[in-house]
Design a binder for this molecule. Structure first.
Ligand code: AMP
Ligand code: MG
Length: 327
């Protein structure tokens, strides 16, 4: 059980800005007001910090998070804009519109933020969130600040009621103005897809891009993690809960002790020697791709406990291990 602690609630202002900035730069999570709903923010370039988001929310899977920026200039450091996406950012940022954009090759966003995808969801919020991102100087990953499966919070008290025993600090900016999540769109060539309806109406977007939005089928946002599973399937087979390494296999380890045959493995990467779930989560996507690149036909994976972040780690591994076509 996580140890009980009660979070502090600080009114948005200069002191809150200083404290939140220091906490984020130290790799902590902070719940912050935005104009849509309250977000649980972490430095998007810091893997263990992003892992804390999933841990605090008790999310059972690693779905991709929205990166919050001060504006187009910061977004351009890690994502590229096609002309239509640029037009949308010019029209709606700062505001309740999220754009899914291709990641640049030289980006510094941690793969846990994008769940290993080569695209990233980006938004420039208004108010305290915008000031905080400017003060930190880095993009902040932030899903809604509620425990997984609960409704999104629109007041600081609702955040504290849902996550108060799991996070250190909530910044109180009053009730949020919009009260629903951001609208998510993705430009695909000449097509503008609506991935999730939200705070900016489809008609407003259609007026700017001069064409009708193509609606993704119901639940498309929920399908995103499933879609990315096939996107991020290693070429190698994954053999889970392995108790030995067979000849020619690579090994993905967890904890201080290696299973039999590890010495002869093609390559060994250990998610966390110390069995620290946050460290393991933050290494997961990178290590899967590195072992894949080592050229083994099978990656043996040591057992990983399913407590805490282990549930999301095992969910991700199970998708990677599923027969092709079922991912
Ligand atoms: P939230 O929990 O409100 O932050 O939700 C973020 C939403 O953005 C989820 O529904 C994700 O599936 C979606 N999302 C984030 N990144 C991407 C991406 N690269 N491609 C498609 N959808 C994304
Ligand atoms: Mg949410």
């Amino acid at each position: 059980m996580p140890k009980q602690r009660v979070c502090r609630i600080l009114k948005a202002g200069e002191d809150a800005l200083r404290e939140a900035r220091a906490a984020l730069l130290a790799g902590e999570v902070v719940a912050i007001p935005t104009e849509t709903v309250y977000g649980l923010a972490a430095d998007a370039t810091n893997g263990p910090a992003v892992a804390r988001i999933f841990e605090s929310k008790q999310r059972p899977s690693f779905n991709p998070l929205i990166c919050h920026v001060t504006g187009i200039a910061m977004a351009k450091r890690f994502a590229s804009f096609d002309p239509l996406s640029r037009k949308l950012a010019d029209a709606f940022w700062p505001g309740a519109l999220t754009l899914v954009l291709p990641l640049r090759d030289d980006h510094a966003i941690h793969p846990l933020v994008t769940a290993g995808l080569d695209t990233v969801a980006v938004r420039a919020p208004q108010g305290f969130g915008a000031e905080l991102i400017a003060a930190v100087g880095r993009p902040l990953a932030a899903p809604s600040a509620n425990r997984s499966g609960r409704i999104s919070p629109t007041t600081a008290q609702a955040v504290a009621d849902s996550l108060g025993d799991a996070i250190p600090l909530v910044i109180d900016g009053g009730p949020t103005a919009v009260g629903v999540e951001s609208t998510i769109v993705k430009v695909d060539g000449e097509t503008v897809r609506l991935l999730r309806p939200g705070g900016v109406a489809a008609e407003e977007i259609e007026a700017v891009v001069g064409r009708s939005l193509v609606r993704a089928e119901a639940n498309a946002a929920i399908q995103a993690p499933g879609m990315l599973a096939s996107h991020y399937a290693p070429r190698a087979q994954m053999r889970l809960n392995a108790d030995h390494v067979a000849p020619g296999e690579a090994l993905l380890g967890f904890g201080p002790v290696r299973i039999a045959g590890a010495n002869a493995a093609k390559e060994v990467l250990v998610l966390s020697e110390a069995a620290d779930m946050k460290e393991a989560a933050s290494n997961l996507f990178e290590f899967m791709s590195r072992l894949d690149a080592a050229g083994a036909t099978t990656i043996a994976v040591e057992p990983i406990p399913s407590s805490g972040l282990g549930e999301a780690i095992n969910d991700r591994l199970a998708r990677a291990a599923a027969p092709r076509g079922e991912k």
